[in-house]
Design a protein. Structure first.
Length: 227
């Protein structure tokens, strides 16, 4: 996008927000509409659906943006709480930059479902590492392979953004990344499947598998989910 197009889009965004907040009743309507949609996306990310149980416990998640692809990767030990807050943004920064109204897809993988499939030696390693470090390992592997842009820079107190080199990381996830090769293969295969699978027909904004799900917020919005 040329600089003038970018600036025009930025000013149009500001003008749109000013119109939506023109007076106190419109501000309240805007607040209610945004929270309602964010709440509904959080429900889709966590609620039981079809034969899939509720999303709880440890999980990996990734937010895809149209034109960008995978924009952000995260992990949590409390999927129900974290994924409900993800689109609301009360304790998660993502929605401040990329609101859920522009999320093309959210992939969630409940990686503990694969522990029974990996060799006993790796199961032992996972137990010794603990679920917290295992989640960091898998998050690091995803960041290293796909370089999501919102994970690839960090804020500095000067107000600037600085690049983050995942390949040079000395985090707990990076240091222990070699410990769980079979678990990573299982997780990656499911992640790739959910990342590439087309949205379900008929306006259904969610696809579930045995160990994960993909939610399609823009499809939900276009289908009138908040009406």
């Amino acid at each position: 996008m040329a600089d003038h197009q970018y600036e025009d889009a930025y000013h149009a965004w500001r003008l749109s927000l000013s119109t939506l907040m023109l007076d106190a009743p419109r501000l309240a309507r805007w607040q209610e509409r945004r929270f309602q949609f964010a709440h509904q996306v959080g429900e889709l990310l966590t609620m039981p659906f079809g034969g899939s149980p509720a999303t709880t416990g440890p999980a990996l998640y990734g937010v895809f943006l149209a034109g960008v692809g995978l924009g952000y990767v995260g992990q949590t030990l409390e999927a129900d709480r974290r994924l409900r807050d993800l689109p609301v943004g009360e304790s998660h920064h993502l929605a401040n930059t990329a609101p859920p109204e522009v999320w093309d897809r959210v992939v969630v993988v409940c990686w503990t479902d694969f522990l029974a499939n990996i060799p006993e030696t790796e199961q032992t390693a996972a137990t010794e590492l603990g679920y917290g470090v295992c989640g960091l390992v898998l998050e690091h592997r995803l960041q290293l392979e796909f370089s999501p842009p919102l994970n690839s820079r960090r804020r500095h107190r000067s107000g600037e953004w600085r690049p983050r080199d995942h390949g040079q990381s000395r985090s707990r996830g990076a240091v222990n990344a070699h410990e769980l090769p079979e678990l990573w293969r299982e997780v990656r295969a499911t992640w790739q499947h959910l990342a590439a699978f087309p949205p379900p027909a008929g306006g259904t904004p969610i696809l579930t598998t045995a160990a994960g799900r993909a939610v399609f917020p823009t499809a939900a919005l276009d289908g009138g989910l908040t009406e």
